[in-house]
Design a protein around this ligand. Sequence first.
Ligand SMILES: C[S@@+](CC[C@H](N)C(=O)[O-])C[C@H]1O[C@@H](n2cnc3c(N)ncnc32)[C@H](O)[C@@H]1O
Length: 370
Amino acid sequence: MGVNTNLTKAKSSKNDEFYTQWIDIEREIQAYLDFDADIFRGKTIFCSCDDPEWSNFTKFFALHFCEYGIKKLISTSYAQESKLYKADYQITLFEKSDPKFDDTKTLTNGKLFILDRDAGDHNDKIDIDDLKWEYLSGDGDFRSNEVKRLRDQADIIITNPPFSLFREFIGWILEADKKFLVIGNMNAITYREIFPLIKDSKIWLGATGNGNDMVFGVPKGTEVSEEDRRKAARLGYVGDFTRLGNSCWFTNLDHGRRHKPLPLMTLADNIKFSKHKEIKAKKAYRKYDNYSAIDVPFTDSIPSDYTGVMGVPISFLFKHCPDQFEIIGATESEGRGFSGDLWLGGTAQAMIDRKRVYKRLFIKSKGDPR
Ligand SMILES: C[S@@+](CC[C@H](N)C(=O)[O-])C[C@H]1O[C@@H](n2cnc3c(N)ncnc32)[C@H](O)[C@@H]1O
């Protein structure tokens, strides 16, 4: 397929082909190890929707297999022909030079990679050279029974899944009651399938990168906006890279950041000293027309001594400490109304002076967490 056809295809379909950078994985994983050095010890890790020939999750855990005390690493990749965005496909030397290589299956089948023992090669430790592989019988779709059986063996699922199937992917993890760490789009926070889980502290955001640009590798020929290309280059990634300003980690693994209460000023001190003119100049926090709560437009302006309900930006979740605040609700997402007590009133909108306030979470203090 030519590059032009690829570009058209990329525009017309949801492009899930972007690859996580090593440094982002390393930074995030380190946060869990800092909290619990044995978090991966004796565990089976499954990197689904991954492909160690192109991407980094499997490689990362293979490299640290002995150091982290991992019991087994499983990884599956998705067949080239099933991908929505079909980049010009190049078969790796790794696959082509293997006697198992099959020139039909390389396009139609996913692959399974397993690391669980030393293959008796150049050294006595288990590492990436001991990774065994075979073709899956299907295309590696995470929803297939074949991949579900692999999921069921795992203790922790770690990957960057297709953003276009994010809701389904989280459902797929939780129906099997697994621990997980995955990358997703920040917008997912207010999806009706995801928000109730966040509200009930069943899932939360990861420890690093939150709210910052994340850079991803893309297949050659992928259309990347000039601005994203420039921003990726400014972060040191020149060439086939893009950046997403709205991606973040979602997890149900505990980490230290979520036990660090936000340092906050009292309401009186905010009004006196706030660096935000919206609060200092007005000498008050505004109230909603249709809900009994104050609007707090900046996370660092949450008053420490306010006992009622507060509407805060969604990015509050990057700093949320569940010992400090309880999450009560959110405004609607995706322009869809939502009835039920998670959401604000029948209109699911927060209004001030009859104008809609853009996405808000509603929180309440749990008292001094120290
Ligand atoms: C965002 S990319 C991330 C790839 C890799 N995990 C990484 O982080 O570098 C998501 C991958 O999932 C694959 N994918 C898309 N739909 C899938 C499905 N239904 N089942 C399994 N994988 C899928 C895409 O082809 C893509 O390679």
